[in-house]
Design a binder for this molecule. Sequence first.
Ligand code: ADP
Ligand code: ADP
Length: 228
Amino acid sequence: MLEARALRKAFGRTTALDGVSAEIGEGEIIAITGPSGSGKSTLLHCLAGIIRPEAGEVRLDGRRVDTLDEDDRTRLRRENFGIVFQFGQLVPELSAVENVALPLLFNRHGRRESLRTARSWLERLDTADCADHLPGELSGGQLQRVAVARALAVGPRVVFADEPTGALDSLAGEQVMDTLVGTARESRTTLVIVTHDNRVAAYADREIVLRDGTVAGASTVGTSTAGA
Ligand code: ADP
Ligand code: ADP
């Protein structure tokens, strides 16, 4: 469903990705792991159409993503992808429910319908009481669950999460992962998680291990030899 072939991306003299290929199936939960600086975020950004690789291909359902211009990639992202960042990245001036409604409004849903859908997603993620608060009034765990609600509310085909628990203590991290993975499984949404935390990787069906911008290993979690 989502496919990367021989991706290459450099920042100045730093080669972040050096020939990375990966295939991700519908409904799969994938962890991209590896040490800091190994290219995890860059791979996620290429798969999600946020940045363009210098060489190689990214395809969604067989259609090229990387060759689209900026406007078409933005549209493709809005219609197909949800993204969760490490620090939530909510709009600070908008309440939690307005933040969750925003991508629905971008996808041309009406205001009332968007707010209603947003509220029901906050309920689903156990954050109904956060709905009318500004991000600055919420805890780290609440912020991340609101960010997860925002990513899921549009009914995306793929949710990308970049260190979604990186700023949380282990209990809050576990709650965020439980809701993120639980909801992805229920709705058969494909989930791609960048993490350096083994506890987060353990939620995945499969792991793609990067080292120095190349695929160092792949494993089915719990059975095989990551990094061999
Ligand atoms: P990871 O997510 O595994 O920590 P990244 O994909 O963030 O790795 O980074 C891979 C390499 O590319 C690192 O050496 C990093 O410093 C470099 N890099 C990533 N993004 C940029 C950027 N925007 N400008 C310059 N260097 C970058
Ligand atoms: P992580 O590795 O946890 O994803 P980083 O702190 O490495 O986070 O990177 C955060 C952001 O900064 C990313 O968007 C990445 O592309 C960018 N970045 C990483 N390294 C550099 C760098 N050397 N110069 C400029 N931007 C960078």
